[in-house]
Write a protein that binds this ligand. Structure first.
Ligand SMILES: [Zn+2]
Length: 96
């Protein structure tokens, strides 16, 4: 390895003085007083700068329906797996 430029503890600490993580900038929603990320809509009431951007209730119902659909799909898959395992068990038993 090549010899690098001289660095002191002071240089190292000076460099690392900018490495601290910052919390995201948060402001208060004027409509519902909930904290929200700056320059983004409020996730509680779906407004941005006093204007409604997203119908939150609609979005929530959509997400719950999606979850239900997913759960149903996974349940069907599980049942299929169960039937497959049962079939395997049956064949194993017949082999015995
Ligand atoms: Zn709000």
């Amino acid at each position: 390895m090549s010899v690098r430029m001289r660095h002191t503890r002071s240089h190292t600490r000076n460099r690392r003085s900018h490495h601290a993580l910052e919390l995201p900038r948060v402001s208060v929603c004027p409509k519902c007083q909930a904290p929200h990320v700056r320059h983004q809509m409020c996730t509680q009431c779906g407004t941005y700068r006093g204007r409604e951007v997203v119908d939150v209730m609609k979005e929530v119902t959509r997400q719950t329906e999606r979850k239900k659909r997913k759960a149903r799909a996974s349940g069907v898959e599980e049942k299929k797996e169960e039937t497959a395992s049962e079939k395997l068990d049956a064949t194993a038993l017949s082999n015995k």
